[in-house]
Design a protein around this ligand. Structure first.
Ligand code: GLN
Length: 529
């Protein structure tokens, strides 16, 4: 097993995830089996209890784990399905260590960060790598070198390097190279400091990836190399790219595959990037443009909806168009004249969400799309609220609502899942991950091209079975159900060009060459307007 450890210096948000997944793409396309681990040095056991404003979208994996959005990037870039063991958090590690202590596993020892917590980290990384039957495991350490939170993890990386041997573990350090002054000089000092910090912890970076607006000047790269004590060609530029999908290509041009192969003594094969390059081009060069409104509650941080954004991009790439997203904050859509904000869009997407803030704005958007026959896609909360809207305005059920938003609603068309009634704890207790869905004839069936699908879930509420007959009689058909038949999974509106919603989240399974069929349907319908 070979390990590529990716750390970050200077500040967060440098694209460590994109750096490591891009290296992964290059290795994968050189016919190596690659997997990835993301480390999040926070005390939450998983990302499920976190507000998207903290770290962006909560990504859901096949096994129902709620994880950092970087895992979504890995799944999309590497076209793989990862599981819980691929996301290590401080909370998870501490929980295991404390459980072991309570069981008496440490046999009278004083349990400490070193060695016990660090040992647990090393073991978890190995378990994830080996479990995936890969040859190369990318390990991305979240946060910034120098944070107190990262210390046990960096120590674990140092030990991993020692135990596995130099030829089996390499370090990639991503840093910021800021540009200062009128002349636009690239500054190396922050990089020098963070490399020094890393070296002080016993880790010598083998490759330094410098994020900057432009390609690093030759003498700047040489200066970084000199201070880090590495060859100048091991300093890689990560300039602003047209899209994240261009980053693997930029790395290939700088011989990253060769540098990695030499350092890790891998069999050297030239990566075949033909398909990838073609996709990257289609993903950003579409001539026609189509605009879709995305109605969210955290649109101030676009990463909150990253899987939708990427999925729409993939759908656009397939159709040869650029999908422009009009980001709309749901609470802003709650005034009487707020439909103006939707003027001119060719489609509406209401993604998943929780709680009452902005819910009425989302209901308004669903209403507007239904009345004006504008293509609509509702996901999870967007599915439930489309039913609320229809019950209120097409069936005249005044006060119809989800009990999540109004526990005393006279028409609780969206109700708590029966198995959720006794649930008190919030962490990892929703209906999560892959479940089977049976599709009846209809638009969703046409788009998927089969009658049995598996998609990922993350919800506590469902369409109240008591209202199904009335809703269906009025033209809202439930064309997808779980295998028991009592849980609604897909709805379609009769007599509307495209009004579809799903209880599940198809955006999580989207891949560059295989976007979610429902998002693809939205883009196609939007193009036909
Ligand atoms: N809040 C809703 C529920 O819990 C929808 C969840 C979601 O959109 N992910 O069922």
């Amino acid at each position: 097993m070979k390990y590529i450890i990716v750390t970050g210096g200077v500040l967060s948000g440098l694209g460590k995830g994109i750096t490591s997944s891009s290296i992964g793409v290059l290795l994968q396309r050189s016919k190596h089996r690659v997997t990835a681990v993301k480390i999040d040095p926070y005390l939450n056991c998983d990302a499920g209890t976190m507000n998207p404003y903290e770290h962006g979208e909560v990504f859901v994996m096949t096994d129902g784990s709620e994880v950092d959005l970087d895992l979504g990037n890995y799944e999309r870039f590497l076209n793989c399905n990862l599981t819980a063991i691929h996301n290590i958090t401080t909370g998870k590690v501490f929980r295991t260590v404390i459980e072991k202590e309570r069981r008496g596993d440490y046999l009278g020892q004083t349990v400490q960060i070193i060695p016990h917590v660090v040992r647990e980290i090393v073991d978890s990384i190995r378990a994830a790598a080996e479990g995936a039957s890969a040859e190369i495991c990318l390990v991305e350490l979240g946060g910034t070198v120098g944070d107190i939170e990262s210390m046990p993890f960096l120590e674990a990386m140092r030990q991993l390097h020692r135990e596995e041997g130099h030829a089996n573990v390499m370090f990639v350090h991503t840093t910021l190279v800021p540009v200062m002054g009128a002349v636009g000089e690239q500054k190396t000092k922050p990089t020098q400091h963070s490399v020094k910090e890393l070296q002080g912890l016993g880790i010598r970076p083998d490759l330094i990836v410098g994020r900057s607006e432009k390609t690093l000047d030759k003498d700047i790269a040489a200066k970084i190399a000199f201070f880090a004590d590495i060859p100048p060609e091991n300093v890689v530029s990560a300039p602003d790219a047209k899209s994240i999908y261009h980053v693997p290509v930029l790395f290939q041009e700088q011989d990253v595959p060769k540098l990695v192969a030499t350092r890790l003594k891998l069999k050297r094969r030239e990566p075949d990037m033909t398909q990838w390059k073609d996709f990257a081009k289609r993903a950003s060069d579409g001539k026609r443009e189509v605009e879709i409104a995305l109605i969210g509650k955290y649109t101030g941080l676009k990463d909150s909806y990253i899987s939708h954004e990427e999925t729409l991009r993939y759908a656009g790439a397939l159709e040869g168009v650029r999908v422009r997203i009009r980001w709309l904050e749901a609470p802003d859509l709650e005034d009487a004249d707020s439909t103006k904000a939707l003027d001119g869009v060719s489609g509406v997407l209401v993604p998943g969400g929780f709680g009452s803030r902005g819910a009425e704005g989302k209901i308004m958007a669903a209403h507007w799309a239904r009345e004006n026959k504008v293509p609509y896609l509702g996901i999870c909360f967007g599915f439930q609220l489309a039913v609320v809207e229809f019950a209120r305005n097409a069936l005249g059920m005044e006060g119809a609502n989800s009990v999540e938003l109004d526990p005393d609603s006279p028409h609780p068309v969206v109700d708590l899942l029966p198995e959720q009634r006794e649930v008190i704890e919030k962490g990892a207790t929703m209906r999560l991950g892959d479940h089977d869905i049976a599709l009846d004839a209809g638009a969703a069936y046409e788009l998927y091209g089969r009658d049995s699908i598996q998609e990922r879930h993350r919800h506590r509420f469902e369409i109240n079975p008591d209202y199904i007959a009335q809703l269906e009689a009025a033209g809202l058909r439930f064309t997808g159900r779980d295998t028991s038949g009592r849980r609604m999974e897909v709805l379609e509106l009769e007599g509307h060009p495209y009004f579809i919603a799903s209880q599940f989240h198809p955006e999580f399974k989207s891949r560059p060459d295989a976007p979610s069929p429902l998002h693809l349907g939205l883009v196609r319908a939007a193009l036909e307007r």
